[in-house]
Design a protein around this ligand. Structure first.
Ligand code: M6R
Length: 357
């Protein structure tokens, strides 16, 4: 039920701190340590390569899942769009593990790949929000998101839940191989949940940004480097899906290879700058577009802020920044859609779960 909320999407955005805390709790043992079924951890650590398969927002979560798994377990990971994988299967390693990420557990494109890889005799893990869903039943293993029902077509809380579960999976698998994280993930996820709460209390600021940059624009670009690029892809999908503004996410360094031709006077550019090691480069990319007339909205993290930044995120561990940097993007999309009179929860041409290939 929506309760006092005007839309499910806003309610689901607001639920993210709670969902994050719930996930920490669900994946903790009685001593407070993170834990995952040992069969799943063996399946991960026995694999010589992991193939993540997903669609839409879940695919974007997969891109970040690759970062967590590769950094924390040292197992190579490929991320594939489900609808392409079926018809263009990559050369598989000798001992692959497949991870399907799907909020609904019913996405036909992802299921088609699951059926194919099961026929080939490979093991599959499904990360889903829906217990008993098709992809959960048909995979060897399931990890649940514990996000509660997600009703709005635009996925919000499922995305951050996917990131939390992927981070926990990577951390526990790494630990199983004797690769311990240099930080306390439980503590850092707790800090993330608090930061999410702070952001959910800043709706007026998000509404102001949406009004300033997006109320009449035809298009909008999201730029970032490394993980900020992946979050930008998600920000762009959210914006186009519900506000019908043409929005694209780009790697900061890629813009000058063509897309910069689209920048006109006043074109909004939402730039994420949350990563210290690429801070200078992304800011250089912002200067390039500003020189062509773009209207930049720089979202940065406390500690990296500069004078012209539009919004400063509360500080969290750098590796976990996507869990918080996506929240302003979700809220900005929500308000942009609202200002433009769009049906936020049920955008045109879309269904909550895409059960046709
Ligand atoms: O249920 P799934 O996670 O498998 O759904 C995948 C996509 O259809 C879904 O994420 C879609 O992109 C969302 N509407 C995005 O907000």
């Amino acid at each position: 039920e929506k309760g006092t909320y005007p839309h499910y999407m806003l309610k689901e955005i607001d639920e993210q701190p709670l969902v994050t805390r719930k996930i920490i709790q669900k994946y903790q043992d009685e001593n407070g340590s993170l834990t995952i079924d040992s069969n799943i951890i063996s399946a991960v650590n026995d694999a010589d390569r992991i193939y993540i398969v997903a669609a839409g927002t879940s695919y974007h979560a997969g891109l970040l899942g690759k970062q967590f798994i590769e950094s924390w377990t040292k197992i190579p990971v490929e991320v594939h769009v489900a609808s392409e994988f079926s018809y263009n299967m990559p050369i598989l390693s000798a001992n692959p593990l497949f991870i399907f990420i799907t909020q609904s557990g019913e996405t036909a494109d992802s299921r088609a790949v699951l059926v194919q890889v099961k026929e080939l005799g490979y093991k599959a893990l499904t990360i889903t929000n829906v217990q008993g869903s098709t992809l959960s039943r048909e995979a060897d293993y399931t990890l649940l998101l514990h996000a509660g029902p997600e009703i709005a077509v635009a996925s919000t809380k499922a995305y951050t839940a996917q990131l939390s579960v992927l981070a926990i999976l990577a951390a526990v698998a790494g630990q199983g191989k004797g690769l311990n994280l240099e930080f306390d993930l439980v503590k850092e996820l707790g800090i993330v949940a608090n930061a999410m709460e702070v952001l959910c209390d800043q709706k007026e600021e998000m509404e102001a940004i949406a009004r300033e940059y997006l109320s009449t624009t035809r298009n909008c670009f999201f730029i970032g480097r490394t993980v900020d690029y992946y979050v930008g892809l998600e920000g762009a999908l959210k914006l186009k899906e519900i506000s019908y503004i043409q929005a694209e996410g780009f790697a900061g360094g890629e813009l000058k290879h063509g897309t910069i031709a689209l920048i006109e006077n006043g074109t909004p550019i939402i730039a994420l700058a949350t990563q210290e090691h690429v801070n200078l480069s992304i800011r250089g990319n912002v200067k390039e577009v500003v020189a062509r007339g773009a209207n930049p909205c720089i979202i940065t993290m406390k500690g990296l802020e500069e004078e012209d930044d539009r919004f400063v995120l509360p500080p969290v561990h750098e590796a976990l920044s996507p869990l918080v940097s996506v929240i302003p993007l979700q809220l900005i999309s929500y308000y942009a859609a609202l200002h433009r009179g769009c049906d936020v929860d049920k955008p045109r041409n879309l269904a909550k779960s895409v059960t046709v290939e």
